[in-house]
Design a protein around this ligand. Structure first.
Ligand SMILES: Nc1ncnc2c1ncn2[C@@H]1O[C@H](COP(=O)(O)OP(=O)(O)O)[C@@H](O)[C@H]1O
Ligand SMILES: N[C@@H](CCC(=O)OP(=O)(O)O)C(=O)O
Length: 375
């Protein structure tokens, strides 16, 4: 059943990562881009709506500026992205034109997802482009974001775009055949995972970081699958160098790793974006925790909580309130209310001794937390 959804879905977000797009850092891999564009164009012409999330601005800019080492300072990365983004989009534009397809550049940042108005605006523009038959090419707006708010990797951005547009499928193309049970760069015996639930907690332990060109590695891809699953989108992580990878996926062939969403799209969407869940309790936060949640989008740790109000079980929705009692976020809690009462105020390493058994470090993981202003 699971691979069948790839053949029947109508809207895909396809993400192509930096590790794939560049010739080992020596500019854009034009031949590879030719092959993906040909496949994407064929899928589009067969009626599948495609949103392309493409990395490569920094890598392309580095070559144009004659730099052979990726800079570490934000301002140099931004300068490289500003130079490279133009060339990147122009490359796609020319290649899609051969198939009589128009492209559009869409640069998004964190604020576009957290502000309801900008979120709705981005959604309607992207939907209009799709209705017009245009292929939107999305990247992070690297030149304006700051360290605190940038996604950094495009896996997260692609998952949020899948949420935004109710895509049924997120396809992440990378430089490995898919997700392995450990990083194949370090373990030659690593085995490819064919299928798992996007919410399988053990995946993150098997996922390592990225290579010298990519940003997030497998870790951000696993997290992206979980984010995509919120709106019901399944995720495939597959090798971008596999011949005809996209058409093979479309045919339902067993390529790469399929991470299944285990919620229906409508339910997930209502829960997370329209805020339709009934809150079962409240966590009162100290000033530090409120600041971190609001400003940095981090997980909520027990140490920052001063009081637990109401009764709830693990996995239920609770409100997070600041010292004034104002709701600042809501999320799905990792402990029931009794356990939460026993661990609040404690640092994460003390959770096991307080409860007599081990559990999550966070009271609410950031993937399960939404700031209330974004609802
Ligand atoms: N369990 C795993 N399975 C596959 N790849 C993994 C795993 N853990 C870490 N990786 C690494 O993730 C890298 C891909 O991520 P990244 O370098 O960020 O590329 P991209 O630019 O495509 O996002 C691979 O080259 C691989 O070495
Ligand atoms: N926005 C950046 C992409 C960041 C990046 O490399 O992400 P990823 O492809 O997920 O490793 C760029 O265009 O260079």
């Amino acid at each position: 059943m699971s691979r069948k959804s790839l053949s029947t879905s109508r809207r895909w977000v396809v993400k192509i990562g930096s590790a794939l797009l560049t010739n080992d850092g020596q500019g854009l891999d034009e031949q590879a881009i030719d092959a993906w564009v040909a496949e994407l164009a064929a899928l589009r012409q067969a009626g599948l709506e495609i949103i392309l999330v493409s990395s490569g601005a920094v890598a392309a800019g580095m070559t144009q500026l004659g730099w052979n080492k990726r800079p570490t300072s934000l301002h140099e990365l931004q300068a490289a992205a500003a130079v490279g983004q133009a060339g990147l989009v122009q490359t796609y534009q020319q290649k899609f034109q051969r198939f009589q397809l128009q492209t559009a550049q869409v640069l998004l940042d964190h604020d576009d997802f957290s502000s309801r108005q900008r979120y709705l605006n981005a959604r309607s523009t992207l939907n209009t482009l799709l209705e017009l038959g245009v292929v939107p090419i999305v990247n992070e707006n690297d030149t304006v974001v700051t360290d605190e708010i940038r996604f950094g990797d495009n896996d997260t951005l692609a998952a949020l775009v899948a949420n935004l547009l109710d895509a049924e499928q997120l396809v992440i193309l990378t430089d490995q055949q898919g997700m392995f049970d450990s990083d194949p760069r370090n373990n030659p015996n690593a085995k490819l995972i064919s299928e798992a639930s996007a919410r399988d907690g053990s995946l993150e332990e098997k996922a390592g970081g990225g290579g010298k060109l990519g940003r997030g590695g497998m870790r951000t891809k696993v997290r992206a699958a979980r984010v995509a699953a919120r709106s019901g989108a399944h995720t495939v992580i597959a090798g971008g160098r596999i011949e005809h990878v996209l058409s093979r996926l479309r045919r339902g062939e067993e390529v790469g790793t399929l991470l299944l969403a285990d919620r229906q799209p409508e339910a997930a969407r209502k829960q997370w974006l329209a805020g339709h869940l009934q809150a079962k309790g409240k966590l009162m936060l100290d000033a530090g925790a409120s600041r971190v949640l609001r400003g940095e989008g981090k997980s909520l740790l027990p140490v920052g909580v001063t009081q637990v109000v109401g009764e709830f079980t693990r996995g239920e929705l609770v409100l997070c309130c600041d010292e004034q009692g104002t709701e600042i976020a809501r999320g799905l809690v990792n402990y029931n209310s009794d356990e939460a009462r026993r661990i609040i105020g404690l640092s994460s390493e003390k959770i096991t001794s307080a409860l007599g058994y081990g559990g999550d470090d966070e009271l609410i993981h950031r993937d399960n937390l939404v700031l209330s202003e974004s609802l």
